[in-house]
Design a binder for this molecule. Structure first.
Ligand code: PMP
Length: 394
């Protein structure tokens, strides 16, 4: 077999393209906001992770522009060597304070944060235990550890307990969960997970990519929402969602952060967050703290959309967040739904196998604080039309 044989025989994407239903890498020609332009046509964006709608906020944009003026466009090196700016340190201190931890360290993406933090923390003869539905970047981190990885069925506390009880009490154990699950929109059962962690001598890490800016006081995240900030050992966050930027962070004790600063390969061997990205996050954080009404609006929109979908008779799974899955069925029907909705003026994301079981494919809707009720109602009207045409609603 030649190296590229697999490349030449890969035709799954082409098959969907030939049907005119390919829903990936769609090109947006405008700002990422509640409405975007695709092929010159304005469509409602119901697939963005910018929950607080800050990507277009004048203060966030201004902060990024000013940072470029002051620091230039890039840091030309890693944090470890020449790439640490004063705004990186200020942002780390502000984030640590915000999520209620002693210290924080920035990474250039959320993916790198997970990958880079988990790998060095779990040593030989130690265990990392993850929920089956955690984000891919967590799995990447687990693959890079010298320890052993276990996965438990989604939020299944009994299965987690069974697993923990089978492991040696005095061996290091890290349990990693998402605060808010990125496809299902449900929450980790943190109270029970923390209790088990205490009983079985494990530490808990929460990936709060979709929780920060959404849950807890002023958007402090799911650990704050459950009143468990002190019990969660490590909080991870990303800036590509509510923070309207790019990058990620890990927050924990001073000692854990110092250890990561000297062992985390995606930190040490990768260039630091660009000045514009860091400044945008700082500005977004100030807005989160000073404008809680944005979060209230996000929830008002979320509740209106979810209730509307349920009243239509659609299955929105276990979602309790601005991430709302709508059960469609086959992968092909999901591709059709995405294309039909786009033609009707609504952008939604497909989630198909292997991310979900065969026949359980969904469209994933995500709500923003600056959607209007008119936009939500427009989306409901179009989703009803398309799901009726597809026979999901009868
Ligand atoms: N964790 C979760 C739960 C995510 O959904 C994502 C992004 N989709 C990441 C981590 C990675 O974050 P980033 O996009 O900033 O690399």
């Amino acid at each position: 077999m030649a190296l590229f044989d697999k490349v030449y025989s890969f035709d799954e994407a082409e098959k969907v393209r030939r049907l005119g239903l390919y829903p990936y890498f769609r090109v947006i020609e405008s700002e990422q906001d509640t409405e975007v332009y695709i092929n010159g046509k304005k469509v409602l964006m119901l697939g963005s992770n910018s929950y607080l709608g800050l990507t277009n906020h004048p203060k966030v944009k201004e902060a990024a522009i000013e940072a470029i003026k002051k620091y230039g466009t890039g840091c030309a090196g890693s944090r470890f060597l020449n790439g640490t700016l004063d705004i990186h340190i200020e942002l780390e201190e502000a984030l640590a304070e915000f999520v209620g931890k002693e210290a924080a360290i920035l990474y250039s993406t959320g993916f790198q944060a997970n990958q880079g933090a988990i790998a060095p923390l779990v040593g030989r003869n130690e265990y990392v235990i993850v929920d089956k539905l955690v984000h891919a970047s967590i799995i990447e981190g687990c693959r890079l550890t010298l320890g052993k990885m276990f996965r438990f069925p989604h939020n299944d506390i009994n299965a987690l307990e069974k697993l923990l009880s089978s492991l040696e009490y005095d061996r290091g154990k890290l349990i990693v969960v998402d605060g808010v699950y990125s496809m299902e929109g449900d929450l980790a059962d943190l109270p029970n997970i923390i209790e088990l962690a205490k009983r079985y001598n494990a530490e808990v890490m929460v990936d709060d990519a979709h929780g920060i800016g959404v849950f807890g006081k002023n958007g402090r995240g799911t650990s704050d929402h459950f009143g468990l900030t002190d019990e969660v050992a490590i909080i991870m966050g990303t800036f590509s969602k509510s923070f309207a930027s790019l990058g990620g962070f890990i927050a924990s004790t001073k000692e854990v952060i110092d250890y990561l600063k000297h062992h985390s390969r995606s930190l040490i061997f990768s260039a630091s967050m660009s000045p514009a990205n860091a400044a945008a996050v700082k500005a977004a954080l100030e807005i989160m703290k000073s404008e809680p009404e944005r979060i209230d609006q996000l929830w008002a929109n979320t509740n209106r959309l979810r209730k509307g979908l349920q009243e239509l008779g659609l299955d929105t799974g276990k979602s309790v967040s601005p991430i709302i899955p709508v059960q469609i069925g086959t992968d092909l029907d999901v591709f059709k739904a995405c294309m039909m909705l786009l033609n009707e003026g609504v952008f939604v994301n497909p989630v198909v196998t292997p991310a979900v079981e065969p026949g359980k494919a969904i469209i994933r809707l995500s709500v923003m604080a600056n959607h209007t009720f008119e936009q939500i109602d427009f989306a409901l009207e179009k989703i009803e039309k398309v799901t009726r045409q597809l026979g999901v609603l009868v």
